[in-house]
Design a protein around this ligand. Structure first.
Ligand code: ACO
Length: 325
C-alpha cells in the first residue's frame, strides 16, 4: 500500500505587538520617512503587521505555533520524529532554529534542521517532510515557518519596511494510507540573487556588508506572477488535476496584487483565495502556514478540500504544493 503524508493539525502564533499602518506611518515620520496608509493599502493590501519584542526569537514564535498544531492534531512532543523549520531569520548562525525549537518543545531525539528558501521556505520544507515520510524516514513531522523580519528591515527605506511582519505557522504532517500531499514542484534561479537579499555576513566577529533587506520590488513582482502560474500548472499536471479541482489557493502573502494576478491566471475567483496579508503583512516563510491555520480555525477551509499552496521569494525560489486537507 502506498504511504502518503497528511496534515493532521495546524497552528500559528503572532507576537502581541500589533502595528497598524497609522502606527507605522507615525513611527516612520518621526525618523523623517514619509509614507501613508493609502499608499500601503492600495499597493499591497496590508493594513497591519505584528512585530516581536526585543529578546524574542524565531524559535519562541515557532514554539507557540508548534504547540497549537500538536494540540489540533491530538499529538504530543514525544510523537514528533522530525522537525523542519523554514526561516531566513534564525535565532543564531548555528545551531539551527529547528534544534532550538526541538529542545524548547521537549521533542528531543528525532531529526531537526532548517530550510532556507526565504518566502518559498514553507513549500520547500513541506516537500522535504513529505518525501521523508513517504520513504519511511519519518512518521510524525512538525513543519514550521517562523520569521522575525522586523530585525532585518531598513526603517529608512519606505519601499520595503512597510511590507513585512513577524509570526509563525506550523503543521503536523503524519504518515497515512490516505492521500494528503499529492504533488509539488520546486524551483530556484540563482541568477536573481540580487533582486531580493540581505547581503551582509559575519566574519571575524564583525558584520561585513549590509545586514538589512534589499528588494527591487518591480523586478520581484514581474518575475513572481509568471513563475507562480507555471509552478501551479506543473503541480496540477503531476497530480492529473486541473484548475477546476482547486477548492482553495493558499498563496504566500506578499502582496494582494500578486495574489489577484495569480488567481486570474488560474481562473480562480478571489473568494477561493485565502488572504491574510491585510492583518499579517509579509511574514516570509511563516506566511503560508499562518494563512492556512487562520483559514482552518475560521472554518473557511475544511478537511477533505483540495488546497494549492504556492510561494515565491529570495533566491530566486518558487514552488507550489497540492494537498487534500
Ligand atoms: N510610501 C509612499 N510612497 C512610496 C512607498 C511608501 N511606502 N514606497 C515607494 N513609494 C513611492 C516610490 O518612491 C515611487 O515614487 P516616484 O514615482 O515618485 O519615484 C512610487 O511610490 C512608486 O514606486 P514603485 O516601486 O513603482 O511602486 P510599485 O507600484 O511597484 O509598488 C511594491 C511597490 C509594493 C514593493 C511592489 O513593487 C511589489 O509589491 N513588489 C513585489 C514585492 C513582493 O511581493 N515582495 C515579496 C516577495 S518575496 C518575499 O516575500 C521575500
Amino acid at each position: 500500500m502506498k504511504r502518503y503524508s497528511r496534515i493532521t493539525g495546524t497552528g500559528s502564533y503572532l507576537p502581541p505587538r500589533r502595528l497598524t499602518n497609522a502606527d507605522l506611518v507615525t513611527q516612520l515620520a518621526a525618523a523623517g520617512v514619509e509614507t501613508s496608509d493609502e499608499w500601503i493599502v492600495e499597493r499591497t493590501g496590508i493594513r497591519a503587521r505584528h512585530f516581536a519584542d526585543d529578546g524574542v526569537f524565531s524559535s519562541d514564535l515557532a514554539l507557540e505555533a508548534a504547540k497549537n498544531a500538536l494540540q489540533a492534531a491530538g499529538r504530543s512532543a514525544k510523537d514528533v520524529d522530525l522537525i523542519i523549520v523554514a526561516t531566513s531569520t534564525p535565532d543564531m548562525v548555528f545551531p539551527s532554529t529547528a534544534c532550538i525549537l526541538q529542545n524548547k518543545l521537549g521533542a528531543n531525539g528525532g531529526a531537526a534542521f532548517d530550510v532556507q528558501a526565504v518566502c518559498s521556505g514553507f513549500v520547500y520544507a513541506l516537500t522535504v517532510a513529505d518525501a521523508m515520510i513517504q520513504t519511511g524516514a519519518a512518521k510524525c513531522a512538525l513543519v514550521v515557518g517562523a520569521e522575525i523580519f522586523s530585525r532585518i528591515l531598513d526603517f529608512k527605506d519606505r519601499t520595503t519596511c512597510v511590507l513585512f511582519g513577524d509570526g509563525a505557522g506550523a503543521v503536523v504532517l503524519e504518515a497515512s494510507d490516505k492521500p494528503g500531499i499529492l504533488a509539488s514542484d520546486l524551483h530556484a534561479d540563482g541568477k536573481h540573487v540580487g533582486i531580493l537579499c540581505v547581503p551582509g555576513h559575519v566574519s571575524g566577529g564583525a558584520i561585513l556588508g549590509d545586514p538589512l533587506l534589499k528588494m527591487d520590488g518591480q523586478a520581484v513582482f514581474k518575475l513572481a506572477v509568471g513563475l507562480l502560474e507555471s509552478a501551479a500548472r506543473a503541480t496540477l499536471a503531476k497530480a492529473n488535476l486541473t484548475d477546476a479541482d482547486i477548492d482553495w489557493l493558499v498563496p504566500h502573502q506578499a502582496n494582494i496584487r500578486i495574489m489577484q494576478s495569480t488567481a486570474r491566471k488560474l481562473k480562480l475567483s478571489m473568494d477561493k483565495v485565502v488572504v491574510t496579508v491585510g492583518e499579517h503583512g509579509n511574514t516570509s516563510a511563516a506566511s503560508i502556514p499562518l494563512a492556512l491555520d487562520t483559514a482552518v480555525r475560521a472554518g473557511q477551509v475544511k478537511t477533505g478540500e483540495t488546497l494549492l499552496l504556492e510561494g515565491v521569494g529570495g533566491g530566486f525560489t518558487w514552488g507550489a504544493l497540492l494537498l487534500i486537507l
